[in-house]
Design a binder for this molecule. Structure first.
Ligand code: HSE
Length: 337
């Protein structure tokens, strides 16, 4: 049996449920979505929620709080009921203390529940602790969505380079800033105009500070560094520069030969760890030069597998949900064996 609970029901959570409907043929018959939980309650059916009905209900812009099954059921009730195998944790990122995601993920793993999450806060702050609990209890902690959504960055830097040593990670991992920088050139806009366009198109969030200050890129780079190198460091002390001071003229002067992108770079060899995030000019022959629009990219330098670049995975709720769905299928496939 694959009994699933979803906690967090924003744009990505809603898209995830739509994917459960759209890709039903890939899912086993014994998979049930039993819970959708928010901070103020949730809906629960011990026999499995009717996914077609939920999708229809939310497509009509109905509030989940008005659903006939809505009650004050909480995450704690779900843990007590002991009827879940996989938790999909999609509450909002909080990089101050990781809550409420940290408590959800830790408690699920401690109760032998596999976890798939897109929540960067708990993974940034507590990855090693959470990973150790998952290993001890022989359950999965899948975090692909936290480091670039649909871009398969974690898998490319771990599973796909097994046996080699990754020495350097270079990432263009934030779709919003990539879009803004490109728009400044393409549409001859200054930073503020391009940011407004990104917000009007719902690419940038209402409060885009994490993106434009480079913090989102730094979080993703920091998570990749922790996962790939098992390295520990103080996030507060990392060198992080965003795009708020990038001027149109700096970009236009270089349009013919180079592109400015917000780049993260992390290096680790023989205990020597270097890390920076800043706008960088990339030559046409740079592996991440062609990361366009809302796309992202990651480049790994390895000792025996050469250099590997992955590009794509444009930022959007559906693409983020698809990366959650990918991790869910991974667990299901591996548990079936
Ligand atoms: N705001 C991010 C981006 C997506 O623009 O890529 C969330 O990580």
């Amino acid at each position: 049996m694959f009994n699933i609970a979803l906690i967090g029901f924003g744009a990505v959570g809603k898209s995830f449920v739509k994917l459960l409907q759209l890709k039903k043929n890939l899912l086993p018959d014994n998979m049930k979505l039993k819970y959708i939980i928010k901070s103020d309650g949730g809906i629960y059916d011990k026999d499995g929620l009717d996914i077609d009905e939920i999708v229809k209900y939310t497509n009509s812009n109905n509030k989940i709080q008005k659903h006939p099954l809505w009650s004050n059921i909480s995450f704690k009730d779900m843990i007590k009921n002991k009827d879940i195998d996989i938790l999909v944790e999609l509450t909002s990122t909080n990089i101050i203390n990781g809550e409420p995601g940290y408590t959800h993920i830790k408690s699920a793993l401690e109760n032998n529940i596999n976890v798939v999450t897109g929540n960067k806060g708990p993974i940034l702050l507590y990855y090693h602790e959470l990973k150790n609990i998952s290993l001890k209890n022989d359950v999965y902690l899948k975090i692909g969505c936290t480091t670039g959504g649909a871009l398969p960055s974690v898998n490319a830097g771990t599973i796909d380079v097994l046996g080699s040593q990754v020495t350097e990670i270079i990432g263009v991992l934030n779709g919003t800033t990539n879009f803004i920088l490109e728009e400044m050139i393409k549409s001859n806009m200054d930073y503020k105009e391009a940011l407004k366009k990104a917000q009007d198109l719902k690419i940038a969030e209402k409060d885009p500070s994490l993106d434009v200050l480079g913090i989102d890129t730094a979080i993703k780079m920091a998570i990749l560094s922790k996962v790939i190198w098992d390295v520990d460091f103080d996030f507060e002390k990392l060198k992080i520069q965003g795009i708020t001071n990038v001027r149109k003229k700096d970009l236009l002067d270089n349009i013919s030969k180079k592109k400015t992108k917000l780049v993260g770079r992390a290096y680790f060899l023989n205990g020597n760890f270097e890390f920076e995030v800043k706008p960088m000019l990339l030559n046409k022959d740079h592996p991440l030069y062609f990361v366009d629009g809302k796309n992202k990219g990651v480049h790994y330098k390895t000792d025996i597998l050469g250099d590997i670049t992955v590009i794509g995975g444009a930022s959007s709720p559906l693409n983020a949900a698809a990366s959650i769905f990918r991790d869910l299928l991974y667990i299901i496939e591996n548990r079936r064996r």
